[in-house]
Design a protein around this ligand. Structure first.
Ligand code: AMP
Length: 420
């Protein structure tokens, strides 16, 4: 029996890699323009980092982590998200030493043991940014703007941001104790057993429940946005004003709660409805308490993460990216005589200063090699056969126009350059 990849994982096959690279380049480029430096953290961390940062009661930590003991019996987990590791890195390397602002971006694999379906995997990839050190609503708007800009560059210019607030240490405790808990108690058996437990331990998590009867029972339950303190409301309104000014479409969504515990105030998501049940392309929010929770100094922060596979599916479905955006189209060198190997390498090496060149060393016939060059979508087929070799020449076939000429090898580079 052939061994197959684990359920819920994906291979990046060569047909998709140009698009993946395009998305990555786009993300890096937008980050550069906004001053976000790229960082990377380990794929596994001490389990405690995630229980403390993301929250023990969240689905992500309680049900979905890949956790194992290392050889010395220490509990480790594959990272289910990126923020906890980045904040740990900031603390461990004293990157906020002396205050100021820190803007960081990341791109990499995340792991969650969930039931796989279209757009939901056990190993998936996220890119994200974290802006630390600013409590200003302008930072929230800028981070949202960055995500919207990346999505715009890959062809989604009309995404709408869903924007809400989960309150802060001033208003959330009173909302939870005096408003939400009594309502949940009143719902009693209409909630599933897990939600009845959560009603005591971490009441806001009930809004995450996927059980239909819970969703119905909670449809009209009061949300944190109905009970924000003055400061949180002012923050929310300022973010909305700034987004309006920046012409970033958003919709206030008071029902928005996110699956991770660390959020305070602003939370947001960007959806692509055609993806169905898993339509969120990305989301994030403010997490002003997280640095403190992980043992650092209180530091306001805001960030987002976006699902790379979901963005790729959306781009492929809508065909929003042209082949021409995916990189410069090069040449395919059709080599028809093994005696020409050295000449082929010489020609390719010289041309690679201008365009990508792939040499076909397969020894197949002209027809098969030309078929491959067409399938690759290259601009030029360069033919080196017995006749060309005898004259130190190369035949160039422009696959766009169909025109073909044979030129001395010494003139090839100038000829290609002139064609742009
Ligand atoms: P989260 O870290 O849960 O806020 O997720 C941020 C984004 O990552 C989501 O909007 C999705 O696009 C993506 N994402 C989250 N979980 C998965 C998953 N299991 N498979 C694929 N993408 C995911």
């Amino acid at each position: 029996m052939k061994i197959q990849r684990p359920r819920g994982t994906n291979d990046l096959t060569p047909d998709r890699s140009p698009l993946m690279r395009f998305l990555h380049r786009t993300f890096l480029d937008v980050c550069d323009r906004y001053g976000f430096a790229q960082v990377d953290t380990p794929i596994f961390e001490r389990t405690e980092l995630f229980t403390r940062a993301v929250g023990e009661e969240t689905d992500v930590v309680s049900k979905e982590m890949y956790t194992f003991d290392d050889r010395k019996g220490r509990s480790m987990s594959l990272r289910p998200e990126g923020t906890a590791g980045v904040v740990r890195m900031v603390l461990e390397n004293s990157l906020m030493h002396g205050g100021g602002n820190l803007r960081l971006g990341y791109w990499g694999p995340m792991f969650r043991y969930d039931r796989p379906q279209a757009g939901r995997y056990r190993q998936f990839h996220q890119f994200g940014v974290e802006a630390l050190g600013s409590a200003s609503p302008a930072m929230d708007a800028e981070v949202i703007g960055l995500l919207v800009e990346v999505l715009g560059h890959v062809g989604f210019a009309d995404t709408t941001v869903e924007l809400g607030s989960v309150g802060d240490a001033c208003c959330r405790p009173a909302y939870l104790e005096k408003v939400l808990k009594p309502v949940l108690k009143g719902l009693g058996d209409r909630l599933c057993a897990t939600c009845r437990d959560r009603a005591e331990t971490n009441p806001m998590r009930v809004f995450d429940c996927k059980v239909e009867s819970c969703k119905e029972a909670l449809a009209h339950a009061p949300r944190p946005m109905d009970h924000l303190c003055g400061d949180c409301m002012a923050h929310q309104e300022r973010v909305e004003e700034l987004l309006t000014e920046a012409k970033i479409p958003f919709k206030r969504d008071k029902a928005l709660v996110r699956g991770l515990d660390y959020y305070t105030r602003t939370v947001f998501e960007v959806h692509y409805p055609a993806l169905g049940a898993q339509s969120a392309l990305g989301g994030g929010g403010r997490y002003d308490r997280l640095m403190e929770q992980l043992g650092g100094k209180a530091t306001p922060a805001v960030g987002f993460s976006a699902g790379i596979e979901r963005i790729l599916i959306a781009v492929e479905t809508e065909k929003t990216v042209e082949a021409a955006d995916l990189g410069s189209r090069g040449a395919y060198l059709v080599l028809l005589d093994a005696k020409g190997e050295a000449a082929a390498t010489r020609v390719a090496t010289s041309l690679r200063e201008l365009i990508p060149v792939e040499v076909d060393f397969s020894g197949r016939g002209m027809k098969a090699q030309l078929k491959t060059s067409n399938a690759k979508g290259v601009r030029f087929a360069l033919i080196l056969g017995e006749d060309e070799l005898a004259k130190a020449a190369v035949t160039v076939k422009d696959l766009d126009s169909g025109e073909q000429v044979t030129l001395p090898e010494s003139e090839l580079k100038e000829f290609i350059k002139a064609l742009g």
